[in-house]
Design a protein around this ligand. Structure first.
Ligand code: ADP
Ligand code: ASP
Ligand code: MG
Length: 412
């Protein structure tokens, strides 16, 4: 007998029919003799709807109340799925994140899981029940406040529960058949991957491939949880995320991210301590900084640009504004019309010329590169927002050309 964690995303539980479909799938897994912990997301786009409701009553809703509101979404799905399972003759118990012992830090809206206390989930399983846990939420044990884990956080709930309960597999059920070489909604010829390494998936997810939340991949890598990403609408094998893959691909895929903004501080004096002062201030304001570029000009001053999540752009502005005068800089600007495109592959570290091909492919598509950053297995470029989809397609075509099985019209 195995213990499986199955996570069903928003599309998979979007309406009553789909919830019943998920219930039949879970009931089948249970009848086959497995113990099952199910993690659910909020139905369809209901998290977006709740966020929009909040902003209609207050442009700056308090983070605590936001978490009270958003956790309701997953709570609806978990109870409905439990009811649907009872109808299938499978006994089930739904639990909120807090009831399932998911303890977090105090950071409303982006809390990190610090510990999982497994008693209630274990008891439920021992009673022969399918245990359904509301994704994306936990509780700060110090304040007893309910928290959420950030967008896509149900993936983190699932992988963390799989690790804490030593599940054999963590299955992530979603609306695509697995992880593709690029977002299949952007590149129609994207190929489904059979497997991808934790390191590569982490770079893809951090680069914006929303099919898995980056933090869930981090947890999976740290605790060695085998993750199987697959469709809830089909029986096909999906993609396995694991420590090592059979083959080391030079390029595994292309990811893109439109959720960041670029902040530029112009005319900063070129002297020691300036970057330290700036990024210390941003760190104190809890701003997540991604890419950083500094250009030293002829006149002894520099421009520093960095990217932050759009949701941190206001905090970044508030932190940067007083520094401009203090450092003697010329001014600063926030640009939200940017996007990032990233090429990922574990084999690129030992293959010269990949960066040159990236830049040439973008140049041929007449796309200007505004910032560049690299890791041993990733090359990322910031481009104008309206260029991002052409950029993804250009890089995908450059590194993953469609297989030509027949030379059409060669003799014509
Ligand atoms: P869920 O609600 O199931 O969590 P998400 O919308 O969070 O689903 O993630 C699935 C979506 O991720 C897909 O519909 C797809 O558009 C997007 N996506 C982005 N990059 C990729 C990729 N490389 N492979 C597969 N899907 C991707
Ligand atoms: N419902 C949350 C969101 O939309 C969490 C999740 O689906 O993973 O981000
Ligand atoms: Mg998701």
């Amino acid at each position: 007998m195995s213990l499986l964690v199955q996570k069903y995303g928003g599309t998979s539980v979007a309406d009553p029919q789909r919830i019943r479909h998920v219930a039949r799938r879970v009931a089948r897994t249970r009848r086959a003799g497995n113990d099952v912990i199910v993690v659910v997301s909020a139905m369809g786009k209901s998290t977006d709807d709740l966020i929009s409701l909040a902003h209609q009553v207050n442009h700056h809703p308090p983070a605590r109340e936001m978490d009270m509101l958003l956790t309701a979404g997953e709570r609806i799905s978990m109870a409905l799925l439990a009811m649907a399972l009872h109808r299938e003759g499978t006994s089930a118990l739904s639990l909120t994140g807090s009831q399932a012992g998911i303890l977090t830090d105090a950071a409303h809206g982006e809390a990190k899981i610090t510990e999982i206390r497994g008693t209630r989930v274990r008891d439920g399983l021992q009673d022969g029940k399918v245990v359904i846990v509301a994704g994306f939420q936990g509780v700060d044990p110090a304040s007893k406040e309910v928290t959420t884990l950030g967008r896509g956080g149900s993936d983190a709930t699932a992988v963390a529960l799989a690790s804490a309960h030593r599940a054999d597999i963590c299955e992530i059920y979603t609306d695509v058949n697995g992880i593709y070489t690029a977002d299949p909604r952007v590149v129609s010829g994207a190929r489904k991957l059979d497997e991808v390494s934790f390191d590569e998936m982490l770079e893809l997810a951090a680069g914006g491939a929303g099919v898995l939340m980056a933090r869930s991949v981090e947890v999976g890598r740290r605790f060695g949880v085998p993750i199987h990403v697959r469709s809830s609408f089909a029986e096909d094998e999906g993609t396995w995320v694991k420590e090592r893959t059979m083959e080391e691909a030079i390029i595994r895929g292309v990811a893109h991210d439109t959720s960041e903004a670029k902040v530029t501080i112009r005319g900063v004096p070129d002297r020691p301590g300036v970057a330290a002062a700036l990024f210390e201030t941003l760190a104190d304001a809890r701003v997540n900084v991604d890419m950083i570029v500094q250009n030293v000009g002829e006149d002894g001053s520099t421009d520093i640009s960095f990217t932050v999540p759009q949701s941190h752009a206001d905090a970044a502005s508030r932190a940067t504004d007083p520094l401009v005068e203090k450092l003697g800089a010329h001014g600063f600007a926030v640009d939200s019309e940017i996007a990032k495109v990233s090429l990922v592959g574990a084999g690129m570290k030992s293959s010269p010329g990949v960066a040159a091909r990236v830049f040439r492919a973008l140049a041929n598509a007449r796309i200007n590169i505004e910032m560049i950053s690299t890791s041993p297995i990733r090359i990322s470029c910031v481009v104008r927002r309206e260029c991002v989809e052409p950029a993804v397609r250009a890089l995908h075509a450059e590194f993953d050309p469609p297989v030509i099985t027949e030379e059409v019209g060669a003799d014509a």
